[in-house]
Design a binder for this molecule. Sequence first.
Ligand code: HEC
Length: 111
Amino acid sequence: MRSIVTVSLTCLALSACTSRPTPAPVGDPVEGQKVAYDLCSSCHAAGPAGESPNPKAPPLRTVLDRYPEDKLVRDLTDAVHISHLKMPQFFFGETHAADLVAYLKTIQSQP
Ligand code: HEC
């Protein structure tokens, strides 16, 4: 009896630790491009060139300089406010967040 209790407590503790999957899911950049154009391009330049429609929003091809990709996936997934100021919150699943970041990686401007 005692061992059953111990085992289930251990499972509970483990699942609490692993509920956020590491490593991040592998994203699909083609899907991510759609997400970027649908959700982000009203403010951010979402392609490999061009200015952002909203001058305060940095072109997405530069954001990974400041925002590590795994943190961005996590913040988008958890609908955390990305920036304290004017960024709206988004609610999309982990897959789309990973897709989006996979796409962003393809357009980052080289230093
Ligand atoms: C309604 C306009 C708007 C939309 C839509 C929008 N953003 Fe932003 N975003 C901004 C603004 C404005 C800033 C700069 C805020 C600041 O300087 O604090 C920003 C900043 C960012 C940053 C940079 C944060 C930093 O610290 O450098 C990231 C990353 C980002 N946005 C990602 C996205 C992604 C991904 C999407 C689409 C899912 C998106 N944004 C959609 C307005 C928007």
